[in-house]
Design a protein around this ligand. Structure first.
Ligand SMILES: C[S@@+](CC[C@H](N)C(=O)[O-])C[C@H]1O[C@@H](n2cnc3c(N)ncnc32)[C@H](O)[C@@H]1O
Length: 217
């Protein structure tokens, strides 16, 4: 999507993707990845996700990347903390304690010259239209060291619509995108069924949340 699409979503508070509670797949599977608690976790397209607080509570420092200044500001305001700004290449980086939120385009992250040993993606890959997903996977392969672990949460639903996010990214596509540079393992599949309003209304036949462990080769 264009940057303007996301800026407008945040300006008009159309942020239905934001979860008030911590993602269930994150809670259930993060510790199975065996990531050392002192490892900094890369969180691409992070929004103001509460999942970052949960990861911090597990001992991790966080490197989040987010386009919207509103999202970054809300994240810190809601946590009642005041971050320090720092200019870093293409980013305004906001830091407090273990949190570093890089405000700007994630696709410029190469310019920081940094590498990570862990990553968490919930609603980042599925926010990107199909032509951008291979670029995203290639960027992650460059940013993650060999042996790095990543927890990836996608959605899969039918019938597929390609106009606006969340885009369906089924298991086959995850293997296609990441399979060369990462080992990929499906950890869990949450079937929302009638609990999803669009399934209940008959607009969609199913809606599942999928969770994968990726290990950088
Ligand atoms: C669907 S939301 C998911 C946010 C978060 N991961 C969560 O679970 O709540 C996608 C987020 O990515 C941000 N975004 C979109 N494109 C981006 C880009 N190229 N670089 C950085 N952030 C981006 C949007 O502003 C939005 O906050």
């Amino acid at each position: 999507m264009e940057a303007e699409f996301w800026h407008q979503r945040w300006q008009s508070s159309r942020i239905g993707f934001h979860q008030p509670s911590v993602n269930g797949h994150l809670r259930q599977f993060w510790h199975t990845l065996g990531v050392n608690e002192r490892t900094e976790v890369l969180v691409p397209l992070c929004g103001k996700s509460r999942d970052m607080h949960w990861l911090a509570e597990q001992g991790h420092a966080i490197a989040g990347f987010e386009l919207s200044p509103l999202a970054v500001r809300s994240f810190f305001e809601e946590a009642e903390i005041v971050p320090e700004p720092r200019r870093l290449t293409h980013y305004q980086c906001w830091q407090h304690g273990g949190f570093s939120l890089y405000e700007g385009d994630f696709f410029a992250a190469d310019t920081l010259g940094r590498r990570f040993d862990a990553a968490y993606d919930r609603a980042a890959l599925i926010a990107l239209p199909a032509p951008m997903r291979p670029l995203y996977a290639a960027l992650l392969a460059r940013l993650l060291n060999p042996g790095a672990m990543m927890l990836l949460v996608t959605v899969d639903y039918a019938p597929i619509q390609q106009q606006s996010p969340p885009f369906a990214v089924p298991e086959e596509e995850v293997h296609r995108l990441f399979g060369e540079q990462f080992s990929v393992r499906l950890l869990g599949r949450l079937e929302e069924g009638q609990g999803n309003p669009r399934v209940a209304s008959g607009e969609r036949t199913f809606f599942n949340e999928l969770c994968f462990a990726l290990r950088r080769r």
